[in-house]
Write a new protein. Sequence first.
Length: 368
Amino acid sequence: MSAMKLFDRSEMRYFPLSERKNKVFIERDYVDEKTYKSNASPELRLRAECIADELRKAKEAGASRMCAFGAHAIKNGLGPLLSKFVAEGWFTHLATNGAGIIHDWEFAFQGQSSEDVRANVVLGQFGTWQETGFSINAAIAAGAYEGLGYGEAVGKMIAGDGIDIPSSEVLEKVVCDKNAPLSKRAAAADFLDEIRFLDLPDGRFLAIAHPYKRFSVQAACYENGVPFTDHPMFGHDIIYTHKANKGAAIGRTAEVDFLRYVASVSGLQNGVYLSIGSAVMSPMIFEKALSMARNVALQKGKDIRNAAIHVFDLQRETWDWKKGEPPADNPAYYLRFMKTFSRMGCPVDYTSADNRDVLVELYRALHR
């Protein structure tokens, strides 16, 4: 074994989530598309009309309609509106990062989220919340054993108000079953270790109430059978501070989510891809997924070229990306996420806008 020292999370102290001061209260702050006062520019309103028309055509053609977004979309109260897009069949896939998962879960669990990072880091309390770390990690461990994706596992916990915990006897049989796939045996061993380590109820349902789950887009996707995929980076999210965190479970569920994402990208010919407020996650996974999808499509004499890519963020932009990539002496060249999307061989445009304005204007355009 390596002599390099590892941090021992069992030495940490965790705090009740109810003691944390939060900045966002979902009942107060969620975006109601009927009453929301949009600050959309004429350009954004025109873009929304164009995307609405593309979504209608893509829906009729049975093509993928994907929306990838950063965690601020959830923190800004857009979960309920995203749920409407899903329930009405406009979006066939939602993708976010680990923080988006956490905000959505905390809203469902206690109706509040978004702590004061500056104040809590000084106190050594940032991200050290018992219910968040325990519940999400336990759901992911269960999901890894069940073969679920990361977002699906959390959505299932929210929708069902808890987690199914198999008995130790059942898990031990799977671990010892030489006829079972090694991956299944390993997942069972990891979950068994988690059950014992956390003293979870053996062979019983672990009840976790979510009184505000009507605001959860993860629950809505789970109930509608629509992929809600998480694309995490290890150590980026507060659940990694908790002793319940298991890297193997994260890896198993995140792999399922990535492959589901690639499957959806494979259906983007004549489809629509929205990237909203995601400067790193969305472009990075998209370029790999599209290459994988094309690799298979081209073997079958097909391709993915007619996929409308629309990118939204707050950064001001003057370059017309329809012209291609800007020269290296232009500041726009260093807008990394747009440089990535512009290289994908599909039509792409960029609009500077608030994520609330984007989704509200799009929803309104779809219903005009």
